[in-house]
Write a protein of this length. Structure first.
Length: 193
């Protein structure tokens, strides 16, 4: 009689096959673990890609908003490089704003600070042009920010008015730059009087 356990074949071929199956089982378990890790990594990447897609959408929205800015760029307000026609158009726009907005809506701020001769002072043209641009951004953009309006009132307008007040403090009836007097054709290209 043999000592073989019923149902077990002790032949060397079967033993080798059992070792091989056990090795394959361990490899399958290892591959299953790696597959689980890859699946998890893939899900993390999908989440990151979704976040990137949302970020891209937001950046495109911002670029669209910035691209819809119909206001002239600061370079278009550079008096020294404007043609005569551009200068006339910009001056007319600026003058309208000074008269209809600045003088009308902020009379307490100006109270004799910006004199009627301002168009003949190069400093006033430069300062009021950028103040106008900032006012436009604070009030006329599709999505105005309250901070921009606060900065305009608290920082920018006060500084411009203070500086122009200093520049024009001696401008009385005798100012050579008063309206109606013979002023140079282009106040930006002459020596200060």
């Amino acid at each position: 009689m043999t000592d073989q356990t019923p149902g077990r074949d002790q032949s060397p071929a079967v033993a080798a096959l059992a070792v091989r199956v056990d090795g394959l089982r361990r490899r399958v378990e290892t591959l299953a673990t790696k597959l689980d890790e890859l699946t998890s990594t893939q899900q993390e990447h999908a989440t990151v890609l979704d976040g990137m897609a949302e970020l891209r959408r937001q950046v495109e929205q911002i670029l669209t908003i910035l691209g819809n800015d119909d206001e002239p760029a600061p370079a278009q307000w550079f008096w020294l490089t404007m043609t005569g026609q551009q200068r006339d158009e910009r001056f007319s726009e600026l003058s309208d704003w000074v008269d209809t907005v600045l003088r009308t809506q902020y009379p307490g701020y100006l109270d004799g600070q910006i004199r009627p001769c301002w168009p003949n002072h190069p400093e006033a043209l430069w300062e009021l042009a950028w103040l106008y641009q900032l006012w436009t951004r604070a009030y006329l953009t599709p999505r105005p920010a309250a901070k921009d309006a606060a900065d305009w009132h608290d920082r920018w307008s006060r500084g411009v008015i203070r500086r122009l007040s200093q520049t024009m403090r001696n401008c009385e009836e005798t100012c050579q730059r008063q309206p109606g007097r013979q002023a140079p054709a282009d106040p930006l290209r002459r020596e200060r009087q």
